[in-house]
Design a binder for this molecule. Structure first.
Ligand code: GDP
Ligand code: IMO
Ligand code: MG
Length: 427
């Protein structure tokens, strides 16, 4: 019987999920993206080539893998077509891609609405990627969304676009903005439907058939649990749930089928966009981490905010997802830093707490309590085993394991596929 492994981001995104998905993909038969859209940016390195994926699953570099974009995603078809084109230009043409007919479409007005809402929020702006993700999910739950399958049905598509555009235009009109023309959108999206048609199917059926025949399935998370609409730092979150719990709903499999939940964490923390971040700091060391770790957004190119590793966050995320193992990424970026800090609790109004407060205002007042660990100076980028790591680096990993109570299954010492050390097999 195969395994069904979830790769979940344990922080605020950009933990290295793309790298790990690509790395684990050689043991998988199917790779599934289940939520989010092209707000994600997943970077993959191998054979001296760098690839950035936003919508397409990271199994795409292996011709034998079935890559599924499942029903929980919101897909900007123009961005998808561009991504397919970019892959083609890099010689990646031999892959299998399946798009759910139930996935929702990010329409042009969603992108404008995202921009508009952010502007109207002023200082309270979320700092979204402005890819239209929130408005696309809003239309989905308002039951006026357009689904991928709708694009293939010309006869009924026009009426659906009319309704959705009518609602969007009410908002644009109120702000004296240019209105959208639903006929023009219809004409354009009928064409787009034709382009996507060969990829569209009922992916829940496909996925369950693969599971029934004993295949290994890898679910590639996007974003991170701290950006979860339910369990993240609301309202500074994304509009979907990037948790293991969301996988069954977002892909159409039974909850009981998940076998492993693999958490991906940086050896420190980053965040892009607004919102509380208890262990954030900005000094010479933070700038060093940003430079060495290339901590600039894959999607928006924004500089990422830097902070120390936060075990309160990781424990919160462990509880919500039921982590069965973790991968510690970008360990090499910490080389050369004299002292490393790990946050083990917060001080809130003079009281020590060990959980993430639900109220945003409380979380903003939390002060981190740190343990300090001596760093290492040795180059670790070619290390192939735990034993080869400098003692202080080993101790840093042991501290993470000790505080979290979850095995470090894998660690990563560079962006390349080969710069990965597995301690316990996942597949
Ligand atoms: P994702 O969104 O979780 O897939 O992560 P991103 O790709 O947005 O960001 C992770 C960044 O870290 C990318 O630039 C990766 O190439 C890079 N990366 C991943 N693992 C390592 C590592 O172990 N060391 C270094 N130096 N870079 C890494
Ligand atoms: P990957 O998959 C990091 C952040 C945005 C913003 C908030 C809401 O690469 O880890 P949205 O556009 O989703 O409405 O923005 O969420 N965000 C991410 N941050 N990595 C991501 O994806 C992100 N996707 C969204 O910066 O703070
Ligand atoms: Mg990313």
């Amino acid at each position: 019987m195969g395994k069904r492994v979830v790769v979940v981001g344990t922080q605020w995104g950009d933990e290295g999920k793309g790298k790990i998905t690509d790395y684990l993909a050689n043991k998988a038969d199917v790779v599934v993206r289940s939520q989010g859209g092209n707000n994600a940016g997943h970077t993959i390195f191998f054979n001296d080539n760098k690839y950035a994926l936003h919508l397409i699953p990271s199994g795409v570099f292996n011709p034998n893998i079935k890559n599924i974009m499942a029903n929980g995603m919101v897909i900007n078809p123009k961005a998808l077509i561009q991504e397919l084109e970019e892959l083609k230009q890099k010689g990646i043409t031999d892959f299998k891609l399946y798009i759910s007919n139930r996935a929702h479409v990010v329409m042009p007005y969603h992108i404008e609405l995202d921009e508009l809402f952010e502007t109207l929020k002023g200082e309270d702006a979320v700092g979204t990627t402005k890819k239209g993700i929130g408005p696309a999910y809003s239309d989905k739950v308002s039951r006026i969304g357009i689904r991928i399958g709708d694009l293939l049905k010309k006869e009924t598509l026009k009426a659906k676009i009319d309704t959705s555009v009518r609602f969007a235009n009410i908002l644009f009109k109120s702000q004296n903005k240019k209105l959208f023309d639903s006929e023009a959108i219809y004409q354009e999206f009928v064409q787009i439907g034709e382009v996507l048609k060969p990829y569209v199917c009922d992916t829940s059926k496909l996925l369950n058939d693969e599971i029934d025949s004993g295949k290994n399935i890898l679910f590639e998370g996007a974003q991170g649990t701290m950006l979860c609409i339910e369990h993240g730092t609301y309202p500074y979150v994304t509009s979907s749930s990037p948790t293991a719990a969301s996988i069954p709903l977002n892909t159409g499999i039974a909850p009981t089928l998940i076998t492993d939940v693999f958490g991906v964490t940086k050896a420190y923390t980053t965040r892009v966009g607004g919102g509380v971040f208890a262990t954030e700091f900005e000094d010479e060391t933070a700038r060093r981490i940003r430079t060495i770790g290339h901590e600039y957004g894959t999607t928006t190119k924004r500089p990422r905010r830097i902070g120390w590793l936060d075990m309160v966050v990781l424990k919160h995320v462990k509880r919500i997802n039921g982590l069965t193992g973790i991968g510690v990424m970008l360990l090499d970026v910490l080389t050369g830093i004299e002292y490393l800090k790990i946050c083990t609790g917060y001080l809130l109004n003079g009281e020590e707490i060990d959980y993430v407060p639900a109220e945003y205002e409380d979380y903003r007042n939390c002060l981190p309590i740190y343990e300090v660990y001596p760093g290492w100076t040795e180059d670790i980028t070619q290390v192939k085993s735990f034993e080869e790591l400098p003692e202080n680096c080993q101790n840093y990993l042991k501290a993470i394991e000790h505080h979290l109570g979850v095995k470090v299954t894998l660690f990563s010492v560079g962006p390349d596929r080969n710069q990965t050390v597995t301690l316990n097999t996942i597949f």
